[in-house]
Design a protein around this ligand. Sequence first.
Ligand code: CDP
Length: 219
Amino acid sequence: MEEFIVTVDGPAGSGKSTIAKIVAAKYGLTYLDTGAMYRMIALYALENNVNLEDEKSVEAMLENTKLDIVGNKFFLNGKDVSEEIRTPEVSGIVSPVAAIKAVRVKLVELQREISKGKKTILDGRDIGTVVFPNAQVKIFLVASPEERARRRLNEYKEKGIEADFESVITSIKERDHIDSTRKESPLMKADDAVEIDSSVMTIEEVVQAISECIDRKVK
Ligand code: CDP
């Protein structure tokens, strides 16, 4: 099978994973949530009090973390952590973890390995710029911070996680700032990515816009 890569990058809560899952089902693509991989490393760091300032501790952490993805389940050293990686605590530490070069090197390699030779849609921050600069279709999905915070708050509510709008929007803005200003693979739009602002679009409308980009490439 010929490799076909669709990348969806953008800030926290812009709807990347919701949209990527639907597009994956529609076109028979494998979906890879790269943010979940950074979240697994962040969870390990949190649970093991890893000193992120210390290179040796980070190295040891990377040696001691085995990540497996089976369908939509995420396993850290054999344990299903699909729920734990979505908590506000993990969201609070994931951006500093993802800014570490050694962490990115390991995860980018894994992302390329998983997608090699396949038809895949990946979402993240640096997929169209760094992981797959030659991807066939590149999307940059954005939305206003207020709308993104509302969506994240709803997700928390559905899961029974307590949170308030102010703390969620503050966390999102903090994460945006760290992700966009870090030295290693900062969040930015690839020159050849199509930007879609989902603030006032329905899910169907965003899926339609991305479908048009894919259809143009496939034809
Ligand atoms: O779902 P949400 O938009 O909250 O974020 P995520 O996609 O789960 O990603 C969590 C964090 O991982 C981001 O804030 C980034 O710091 C980092 N990340 C990254 O650096 N590179 C990626 N390709 C994906 C995520």
